[in-house]
Design a protein. Structure first.
Length: 163
């Protein structure tokens, strides 16, 4: 059996190198919090708020084996007085991924990457809403695998609908 200079064996039919992932960084790419009716709400809080939440994930290759996974999050709270608050943020992580099969890259970036950074987004959302003068918005865990599967199903249906 031949040995490479780095000590790894070079055997035909040997198992592929294990996937190696390193989190290089995580960060807020974009953040906006609007509190447009705070004076009206201080005078009269109005009805119970309605909350609309949107979550989307994106990924892109930055350079070579460096990739970014990002969670786009938007929450709009409103009631009979009007908009209570609007929170929009993009929270991202930078990953170095080595030895990953091409067919596994997209699922990793859209499922595992967001799952890894989600607890930090959750904390950010809670902190920003609390600092905005409201009870912290505590997000339930998100099943990014289910979101990915739903997106794949929508992509399969979309071309058939246009045909």
């Amino acid at each position: 059996m031949a040995e490479k200079a780095n000590g790894k064996s070079e055997t035909p039919g040997a198992a592929p190198a294990p996937i190696q992932v390193k989190i290089l960084s995580q960060y807020i790419k974009d953040l906006s919090f609007e509190n447009p009716n705070i004076r009206k709400l201080m005078a009269s809080p109005g009805d119970q708020p309605n909350l609309k939440v949107e979550v989307n994930v994106n990924a892109e290759r930055i350079d070579g084996d460096i990739y970014e996974s990002a969670i786009e999050f938007k929450a709009i709270a409103s009631n009979n007085i009007g908009t209570i608050y609007v929170l929009e943020t993009v929270y991202a992580g930078l990953f170095k991924i080595e030895s990953i099969p091409e067919q596994a890259l997209e699922p990793f970036l859209l499922i595992s990457g967001p799952t890894t950074i989600f607890p930090f987004l959750r904390r950010l959302v809670a902190d920003v809403t609390r600092e905005g003068g409201y009870p912290p918005l505590m997000l339930d865990p998100i099943d990014f695998a289910q979101l990915y599967m739903r997106r794949q199903q929508e992509l399969k249906v979309a071309p058939a609908a246009t045909a």
